[in-house]
Design a protein around this ligand. Sequence first.
Ligand code: ADP
Ligand code: ZN
Length: 435
Amino acid sequence: MERYWNEEIECMSREDMKKLQDERLVAQVKHVYENVPYYKKLMDEKGVTPDDIKSTDDLHKLPFLTKNDLREAYPYGLLAKPLSDCVRIQSTSGTTGKRVVAFYTQHDIDLWEDCCARAITAVGGTKDDVCQVCYGYGLFTGGPGLNGGSHKVGCLTLPMSSGNTERQIQFMRDLGSTIICCTPSYAAYIGETLHEMGLTPDDIKLKAGIFGAEPWTEEMRRSIEKSLGIKAYDIYGLTESSGPGVSFECSEQSGMHINEDHFIPEIINPETGEVLPEGEVGELVFTSITKEAFPLLRYRTRDLCRLTREKCSCGRTLIKMSKPMGRSDDMLIIRGVNVFPSQIETVLIEQGYAPNYLIEVDRVNNSDTLDINVEMNTEQFSDKMKDIQDKERELAGAIKTMLGISPKVHLVSPKSITRSEGKAVRVVDKRKLHD
Ligand code: ADP
Ligand code: ZN
């Protein structure tokens, strides 16, 4: 039977949720206008005052915030509470440039951890579980967020942080971990190490994994589920709106429920800023309606996905977002064709390769080149040149069918591609060096 952390909120009727959001939004806009001169200026420039925002129907009138605004306002420019009321700072991973920092009051920490508790409960977590958190701890939000959520649920929490993979597995066995939280790329690495240690999923007690912080494909999900003998669930979040737990997957494993009582989502056309109807793919925008210290309004995440209110079998009424296929700035334009690294990952896993790969893009004689280094496992490895060339050709053909452009595939020897313990780096775009 499905369990909820906060049934009243998670299964609230649409009308009641809208009422709650309306009230919270009106109060939040006022709070920000009065306390954040940076955002007040943006509202003034757009000719909007807090009086213009009477409900969520008026959300589109507010100006957007972008990562550039965060960088410009760094470090204190978007703070809405005195520093003396803040108890924590976290920071983005800096995947796409200069890091930004976020501030939390104790109230903000509580609501963030509460969102993570909902995620843990949704995968079946209770106080009888042993929850091994191997997201990085520190400024990165992954470790602290799930750690806090795990405490709230009452799980026995193992604050492992990432790295030292054999020790992770040893603790997992000795202490009987039942839930694991980390990036999907690290989960794949842990699965690989488990098998290398001569163990199978029967030697561990894990039943569920909560994986996020980077894009991952359905093929990757199946591969992790098999290697660890678990159900693998997605979790999404970003430092700018607390951290992980903005949305989370339920037993249906088909998209993530957004904690709408805290974050109002919109999908916009990234070029025009126009709000798109439900179901269309576009850039995800969040408005934080309960955060005190760092309440971003209409923050453009650059993550691309779609929203749906279709009924979910778990009973939750919270709106769902599809798995983000990557950020708008992850998209590579190669010879005029849009390419997402996740499309390449899909083909690789379908063709029986492990998700150990590195994509290199360059420009030679004014033409874009796409090189994909893919690791073979020991069974795929061969010392016959011809075998390898045949396999490379086959894989290149499958990728061409998916993308419409031909890559050069290089099969490389087992263990030659660096494993990720946090967010994996899958792409090196050398064209940026020439610009
Ligand atoms: P950075 O933006 O520097 O990576 P964060 O650590 O705050 O900093 O990461 C947030 C970003 O991570 C999101 O905007 C999104 O691009 C990515 N992300 C987080 N969870 C997921 C997920 N489940 N699927 C895909 N991408 C995710
Ligand atoms: Zn559901």
